[in-house]
Design a protein around this ligand. Structure first.
Ligand SMILES: [Zn+2]
Length: 390
């Protein structure tokens, strides 16, 4: 169901992660969140960091905010996005360097992706996977208490997890995906039960499978079915987003060149979600016409900000991409976001902040053209500028 984007034309948000403040030096290091929160320094730094990252998003004028994925540790290449879950679920033990999910250049020293994978040391599956202290409700509450805006909470998908983790227990990969779907579904349901209004599942394997056809054990239909099992019933309780992009380990694309969503769009339209996101800024919106034709059920969120570059987009560039999308998707079905998260080590808070402001300024240009009310962006108010004027 629609909550945050209900009745809004061109609502704005980001994917999720934000660069950590420099003074936020504590890490969970595998501890359950509530155990860490019993420790004075962690509690103070965590809550202060969530608060200031939400404040940054409010100053940028975003409609829907995130907790910045603040639970994730500072590690190499965004490892925590996966590690947070597998360090806590039952069925995982030990540690092993994951060679799975290898992208271009990943097998050759001297390539950044080689180092990213080298550092992706993860517990391996050594037994039947089961629940563990993911504590999504507690994490969401910590953020939602800070703001009157909807907090969009994000989590890695079950099928994406399977594509990365070392498995030494399951004979059948399908069985592992389905068991992970059940474990993750139970946590998603707890989050909905806690009152979370917007939830985003990240990077299902559907759009990428087209480009991994050598994988004979899986099919696109299996991935769609597995994803839908993992989110069953959620749309009756909250607004469900599904994020897709072409990769973000250390801000890198998995593939040498930009890929097209076109072959996967029919299957993506079968995902049981309210909003589907698409990487568009980095590709100049090359798939927008096909997206407009094939994505008929969920709303479409386009990325208008590139998470892989430090050059801050001009509001006019953002506006021009939104105008292009509006040729194929009506304003009441179009949401504005970033291509992916800003990550923790890839860019500075300053870059991420001005990219968020460019996102809302660009959206305002189009809103004005359409006769829609413009959004107030506190960061653009000149009366608060610090420079001398006399
Ligand atoms: Zn992404």
């Amino acid at each position: 169901m629609y909550t945050a984007t209900k009745d809004l034309k061109l609502p704005t948000t980001i994917t999720g992660s934000l660069p950590r403040p420099g003074w936020y030096t504590e890490n969970l290091s595998g501890r359950p969140f509530r155990v860490a929160m019993a420790e004075k320094n962690y509690r103070e730094q965590y809550l202060d960091a969530v608060s200031c990252l939400i404040r940054d998003q409010e100053r940028a004028g975003l409609d829907i905010v995130t907790d910045g994925d603040n639970r994730f540790d500072t590690d190499v290449g965004g490892r925590s996005w996966v590690a947070y879950v597998v360090q806590r679920l039952a069925g995982f033990t030990g540690y092993e360097t994951s060679r799975k999910h290898a992208g271009w250049g990943s097998s050759v020293p001297g390539e950044i992706m080689y180092e990213v994978l080298e550092a992706r040391v993860l517990p391996q599956v050594t037994g039947k996977v089961g629940p563990g202290p993911l504590e999504y409700p507690q994490l969401w509450r910590s953020a939602q208490q800070m703001t009157a805006k909807h907090v969009k909470f994000g989590s890695i998908s079950a099928d994406c997890l399977e594509s990365i983790i070392p498995n030494h227990h399951y004979q059948s990969r399908r069985e592992l995906v389905l068991d992970l779907c059940e474990v993750m579904h139970a946590e998603f349901a707890r989050l909905a039960g806690a009152g979370c209004t917007v939830f985003q599942v990240e990077e299902p394997w559907v759009h990428r499978f087209e480009h991994h056809k050598e994988d004979k054990e899986m099919t696109m239909e299996f991935y769609v079915d597995a994803f839908n099992r993992s989110v069953r019933g959620l749309r009756d309780r909250l607004e469900l987003w599904c994020h897709t992009c072409w990769g973000n380990p250390a801000q890198q694309r998995f593939y040498e060149a930009a890929k097209s969503y076109a072959p996967a769009l029919e299957h993506m339209n079968a995902l049981d979600v309210d909003v589907l996101t698409f990487e568009c800024a980095s590709t100049g919106g090359m798939d927008l016409e096909a997206i407009g034709k094939k994505i008929t059920k969920p709303k479409v969120a386009i990325g208008v900000i590139n998470h892989r570059g430090l050059q801050v987009e001009r509001p006019e560039e953002v506006a021009s991409l939104i105008r292009k999308a509006l040729k194929y998707v009506p304003a009441e079905r179009l949401c504005i976001s970033t291509d992916c998260g800003f990550g923790r080590e890839g860019m500075s808070r300053r870059h991420a902040f001005y990219k968020m402001v460019a996102l809302t300024r660009g959206t305002n240009i189009v809103k004005k053209e359409l006769g829609l009310p413009e959004t107030h962006i506190p960061a653009t108010e000149s009366k608060f500028a610090l420079a001398d004027e006399e």
